[in-house]
Design a protein around this ligand. Sequence first.
Ligand SMILES: *Cc1c(COP(=O)(O)O)cnc(C)c1O
Length: 437
Amino acid sequence: MPTATDAVMSLLKSHDPAIADLIAKESERQDTTLELIASENHVSPAVMHAMGTCLTNKYAEGYPPNLPWGGRYYGGCVFHDQIETIARERAKQMFACSFANVQPHSGAQANQAVMHALMEPGDTFASLVLKDGGHLSHGMKLNFSGKFFKPVHYPLHYRKDHPEFERIDYDAVKAVCREHKPKLLMCGYSAYPRTIDFKKFREAADECGAILMADVSHIAGLIVGGAHPSPFPHAHVATTTTHKTLRGPRGGLILSNDEELAKKIDKAVFPGSQGGPLMHVIAAKAVAFAECLKPEFKSYAAQVVKNAAALAAELTKLRYRITSGGTDNHLMLVDLRGRSDALTGSDAERWLEHAAMVCNKNGIPEDPRPPKLTSGIRLGTPAITTRGLREPHMATIASWIDRVLSAGLAGEAELAKVSATVRDEIRALCREFPLTH
Ligand SMILES: *Cc1c(COP(=O)(O)O)cnc(C)c1O
């Protein structure tokens, strides 16, 4: 039976063959490769097709009129009001909190809005040392966060003999807060494999009178699925993307429990930093949120974590060093120097892609190599778990990774030979666990 995607593709093919051809190729690429990028996932057909609807035609600047500060700036929003209200309600239910803004176009936009709502230009905020796992919107020089505000950073434990090696140094978080009195304290990361202790962060925030913001972009799906503690009641505000472990459309979401704060945040999203909301994406967010609220999503989140633990353990057996000694969540950082000093993250990323495994090079804590090279790769299990893979497959994936990287170290000819074989084996596994379109 032809799927909705087939119908869309056949329409596009006659309308715009150039774009249709490239979409078909990308679809084939996703079908036949293992997606190990920790921030990616495969959405359901329902989520995907909610985005491709007439909702994209509409301007709905403002908020649904049922909010005390609501009201739209355009007519014709009656169904959009209902869609956005449903999305907000489901978001609140997912995080058991009182306020949600579903309009941010992305995670970075959600962060921008919160900073805009809670700080004045020039104000100080605290976040993790960026190269140790932070996000560019947490104070990178070239980003709005580093340009208009003053970031100060807290470190990880860097001493190898410390029991908390490569984990957050909570005493240092408090010390940084005492010294700099930040207005905002940020936790939540892009490449941190361990559980975040939100309670300890709140203590640090309370000591210096800071607002605690948890950017749970990476772990939101684990939180909703019960596989990571919730930022609430500790965080004053939480931001997230909707397209990572949450498995929705690309976008952002802001959550809080305080009406004054929620009002400020809504105003900072619109008109503070965005114009018209992407109503087709908000509808898809609502569809994805309903999926997250089903019992199956709990099993999914649990399996993501089990798969990551299994993959980390298998790689360790093969002499790769996993930073901090393992993972509690959906991702891990592999320090490739454990395997060979000559191995860089950038080579590994390229070689693995050639063999149908997609991941990204990533700096490891105190990485001596520059960001374009790095000594590590970041691997995540959200997408392969969506595909249906389980613990036994993780041993196979670890051995594929090792075979390809060993071949790459041996030279071009060996790499070409081994990656061709591995690619075939991966195609066979992908056929056994097809993506649903
Ligand atoms: C991915 C991510 C973001 C930003 O997401 P975009 O949608 O790409 O803007 C923000 N914060 C963290 C911690 C992230 O990992």
